[in-house]
Design a protein around this ligand. Structure first.
Ligand code: SF4
Length: 213
């Protein structure tokens, strides 16, 4: 039986992506090879507890929602994450994956809704983007740009064109809270007629924390 190192399993409202506001179980896997300067889940870099996949699923079932988000850290840093997601899908759950974009996603079960970052320069980790991952995204998936300043915005806008992202999947532009003024970002998106969805993390507005409560 496969084991995964888990930081927490909890129930909250989805704070971002196109299922925002839906009650969701979050399975947060421990560990991440990146160190984004704005990271709000550094507590998941280390520690955690090794739990069998069957037990993770049993814990997730108790909340009575069909929506499960596998997150981190970087969940794909643990290879058994692939098995967990497939088993959840086989049980009829709607499974989404939040991933940094720095790890190969080609082996992820195609039924998983992938929410993949493309790291902007302001994260300090844009050199780790694996652009070949874009080939494994389709219309149900999402790419997220977290924007902290004008340079990040210009860079993200250029990436839309360079990687022909419009139409491949939904594109999310999200401000770094406390750093990028959300209204200014919204104005720029409108002014430049960008084919993206602006989002503010709901959980930050409601509870001012990393994800959920
Ligand atoms: S990829 Fe996510 S978890 Fe890892 S350092 Fe960056 S923001 Fe934090």
């Amino acid at each position: 039986m496969s084991l995964l190192r888990i930081t927490e399993i909890f129930h909250s409202l989805q704070g971002e992506s196109n299922t925002v506001g839906i009650p969701t179980v979050f399975i947060r896997l421990t560990g991440c090879p990146l160190r984004c300067v704005y990271c709000d889940t550094a507590y998941a870099f280390t520690g955690g507890k090794k739990i069998e996949i069957a037990e993770i699923i049993a814990q997730s079932e108790q909340y009575g929602t069909r929506y499960i988000t596998v997150t981190g850290g970087e969940p794909l840093a643990q290879s058994a994450c692939l098995e967990l997601m497939t088993k959840l899908l086989d049980k009829g759950y709607f499974v989404s994956l939040e991933t940094s974009g720095a790890i190969d996603i080609s082996a992820v079960d195609p039924r998983v809704v992938k929410v993949m970052d493309i790291k902007t320069p302001g994260s300090g980790e844009s050199g780790k983007n694996l652009y070949q991952n874009i080939d494994y995204l389709d219309t149900k998936d999402q790419i997220k740009f977290v924007i902290g300043n004008d340079e990040d915005y210009a860079w993200s806008k250029a990436a839309l064109t360079e990687y022909e992202l419009a139409g491949r999947c939904e594109i999310l532009f999200s401000p770094v809270m406390g750093q990028q003024n959300p209204a200014e970002l919204a104005e720029k998106i409108l002014q430049d007629r960008l084919p993206v969805r602006f989002q503010i993390q709901l959980h930050k507005l409601l509870w001012d924390d990393a994800q959920g409560k």
